[in-house]
Design a protein around this ligand. Structure first.
Ligand code: PMP
Length: 353
């Protein structure tokens, strides 16, 4: 019998495109908000030696217990309030699977996966636009929450791709007005030094997502974690796959935490490069540069963003085209790179007219 895939495919999956990234040859890769510095070689050596001692034929620890214990110590939170994921992407999915009973609320613009995962999980998503300064329109948001009480609200802190962090008062107001979960996505919080972690014991509907992908320079190893009330963690643990974090990633996470100081050296450099890049970009009259607290900068050229994107690419520099027809019209996003990479980027955009 011949299979008619259109008949068996769920409607919401049919309209999606699979995730892919730009596969182009470039000398300077500033498109994915990665840490430009690879994980320190000395630590890679420690990891390799460590891996010899571990059995590859055995399944990993489903609870990633040792990594969780070290994390709990590091962030001073009870272990029962933490769970780990194959990147924070997976935790967005697990949260949506477990708590997407009604609907989700996301802001525009924000990280696209919140919406994609809601679609995959077949839950309704309401999108509320940020204002022109990329801030939350609190009246519209509270009105919507009070009327509809979405089961999940995703908030980037700082927000991707705009780079700003919303005011704490607004977020607290949202948390206090909601019966659903408020998921503060703190993927870039090491660059902003702001976090909702101090409030984690105060509100049981507050959930925080963190990752080793950015500040720790471990995007390739897929380690994310979630902090939330014991009740939330318990439900997420039911829906996530049993061995979601492989043994190698668990060991890498453990070694990264044990050598945190060495790993985190890059953060200081990225923050100071961000300030330098911002200063220089703000002097270029051919672009408008938005303020940022993350490891990337959003900007809007006066000429077509497509032209600027291509010009950079012809010079071997890849950034992210985030332009669409609404608030991000003609906008581009550049990740803060190594000093020499930032210089190469500046060299091209300083010539824009
Ligand atoms: N949240 C935000 C806001 C992000 O920008 C990203 C990565 N681009 C993620 C989560 C996913 O991070 P991870 O690598 O931990 O899946």
């Amino acid at each position: 019998m011949k299979t008619n895939f259109d008949l068996i495919l769920r409607k919401n999956i049919k309209k999606l495109k699979s995730y892919s990234t730009e596969k182009v040859d470039c000398k300077v890769k500033l498109d994915a908000n990665e840490n430009p510095f690879d994980f320190p070689m000395q630590l890679k050596e420690i990891i390799l030696k460590d891996l010899f001692k571990h059995l590859f034929n055995r399944y990993p620890d489903p609870d990633a217990s040792l990594l969780k214990e070290l994390l709990a110590e590091e962030i001073k939170v009870d272990e029962d309030k933490i769970t780990l994921g194959n990147g924070s992407d997976e935790l967005i999915q697990s949260l949506t699977l477990a708590f997407g009973s009604k609907s989700s609320l996301v802001f525009y613009p924000s990280f696209s996966m919140y919406r994609i995962i809601s679609t995959v999980c077949n839950i309704k998503t309401r999108v509320i636009s940020l204002d022109k300064k990329f801030d939350i329109d609190i009246d519209t948001t509270l009105r919507y929450i009070k009327k509809n009480q979405p089961s999940l609200i995703f908030i980037g802190y700082p927000n991707n791709p705009t780079g700003n962090s919303f005011s704490k008062d607004k977020i607290v107001n949202i948390i206090q007005s909601s019966s659903g979960l408020i998921v503060m996505d703190e993927a870039y919080s090491e660059f902003s030094n702001k976090s909702f972690l101090p409030l984690i014991n105060k509100y049981d509907n507050l959930v925080i997502l963190r990752t080793f992908s950015k500040a720790y320079g471990l995007a390739g190893c897929r380690i994310g974690y979630m902090i939330g009330s014991e009740k939330v963690v318990e439900q997420v643990n039911k829906v996530k796959l049993p061995f979601n974090l492989n043994s190698i990633s668990q060991r890498i996470g453990i070694i990264a935490l044990k050598h945190k100081k060495k790993c985190n050296k890059a953060i200081k450099i990225i923050i100071s490069e961000r300030a330098r890049l911002l200063r220089k970009m703000q002097k270029i009259s051919a672009i408008y540069t938005f303020p940022t607290e993350a490891n990337f900068i959003l900007f809007r050229p006066k000429v077509s963003s497509k032209t600027v994107f291509k010009k950079l690419l012809s010079n071997g520099i890849l950034i992210r085209d985030v332009a669409d027809n609404k608030l991000l019209k003609n906008c581009l996003r550049v990740t803060v790179g190594k000093p020499s990479e930032n210089d190469a980027f500046l060299h091209v955009i300083e010539k824009l007219k």
